[in-house]
Ligand binder design. Structure first.
Ligand SMILES: Nc1ncnc2c1ncn2[C@@H]1O[C@H](COP(=O)(O)OP(=O)(O)OP(=O)(O)O)[C@@H](O)[C@H]1O
Ligand SMILES: *[C@@H]1O[C@H](CO)[C@@H](O)[C@H](O)[C@H]1NC(C)=O
Length: 304
């Protein structure tokens, strides 16, 4: 496992225990219906992104909060199995591990990650190559982490998910890479996105707000990138594959971006994005979220 100060990719974000009930229909208010299949899965955008970066071979560290409960213990084991440093995974008595299901949706301990937690991890944050933040924790904490990293010259990768219509404008100015999907792009800019041309328009608006490089992901269409250095939208298509389950593709893509940026700093962003499209397109060919994320050893070695 990587020593804390040596992590290349640091993720500040959420862990969720996904309680998945497969039912034939959704329950009405107050109704109990029996699922025909129930399973527990590891999720949360921050953790997903960290897992994907780790499986590709980055030294990773997760800063998050879980409950002092069996879901929290299991999540820590999941991180360890994936070679992720858990030195700054806090366990609290004051909330349960975040859980999500079709019936309950509670952010749980994720909302208790606070400034003190970030201060304890300040050394790891300031020495990372790339930091990733999202919005499944308190947005003020995401912003504080981005600022800590940015002021130390760490590349900041921000994924505004789930999107907030009134995002603090400082998120734009502290994001080296701002990566959103079509619906997040529309919530942030009011521009509906259905094709690469629309995504380019969103990109221009977000550059004006202060981002250095914007990526709008477009599912099977890959994504569009635009940067301050080259303010002309560029469509980078994904390969054609047969999708089995696209859940978590966005997090696989973000985790892969961080891995390539941290471990192959000489690559152009266009090349980093092409490779990340490929990784995410592998993830859609298997079911589940983290269970669909590929390991380095199972990928074509010319990616590395
Ligand atoms: N059907 C697909 N075929 C090939 N690649 C895909 C497909 N769906 C997604 N991808 C890859 O995954 C990336 C992210 O997909 P998408 O834009 O759907 O993210 P997302 O909406 O955040 O995902 P989700 O919310 O489902 O986790 C795309 O840019 C692309 O590289
Ligand atoms: C974009 O990501 C959000 C999660 O933040 C998800 O709910 C939404 O379905 C995604 N949109 C698309 C078009 O995939």
């Amino acid at each position: 496992m990587a020593a804390a100060g040596l992590a290349e990719v640091v993720v500040v974000g959420s862990c969720m225990t996904d309680l998945v009930s497969l039912t034939t229909r959704l329950p009405k208010a107050g109704e109990t219906i029996h699922g025909h299949k129930f399973f527990i899965d590891f999720g949360g955008k921050g953790a997903n992104q960290c897992i994907q970066a780790a499986r590709l071979g980055a030294k990773t560290l997760m800063i998050c909060k879980v409950g002092k409960d069996s879901f929290g213990n299991d999540y820590i084991e999941n991180f360890k199995r994936n070679g992720i440093s858990t030195e700054f995974v806090g366990q609290t008595e004051d909330a349960a591990t975040g859980a999500a299901s079709i019936i309950v949706n509670s952010e749980g301990a994720n909302l208790l990650l606070d400034s003190e937690d970030l201060k304890r991890a300040a050394n790891a944050i300031s020495k990372a190559k790339v930091i990733i933040c999202q919005l499944e924790i308190a947005s003020s904490i995401s912003l504080e982490a981005l600022k800590m990293a940015h002021s130390n010259g760490v590349k900041t990768l921000f994924n505004p998910a789930p999107a907030l219509a009134e995002l603090d404008p400082q998120f734009y100015t502290h994001s080296d890479i701002f990566c959103c999907n079509e619906s997040e792009a529309e919530i942030l800019t009011g521009i509906p996105v259905g094709n690469p041309e629309d995504a380019g328009k969103v990109g221009l608006v977000l550059l004006e707000r202060g981002c250095k490089l914007v990526i709008v992901t477009l599912g099977p269409e890959g994504c569009v990138m635009i940067s301050v250095e080259e303010p002309i939208p560029k469509h980078i298509p994904a390969g054609k594959v047969t999708a089995v389950d696209t859940t978590g593709a966005g997090d696989s893509f973000v985790g892969a971006l961080a891995f390539f940026m941290a471990c192959y700093p000489h690559l152009s962003m266009e090349e980093v994005i092409r490779k990340s499209n490929f990784i995410a397109s592998v993830s859609v060919q298997a079911s589940g979220t983290q269970s669909s994320y590929p390991y380095r050893k199972d990928l074509p070695q010319d990616l590395f």
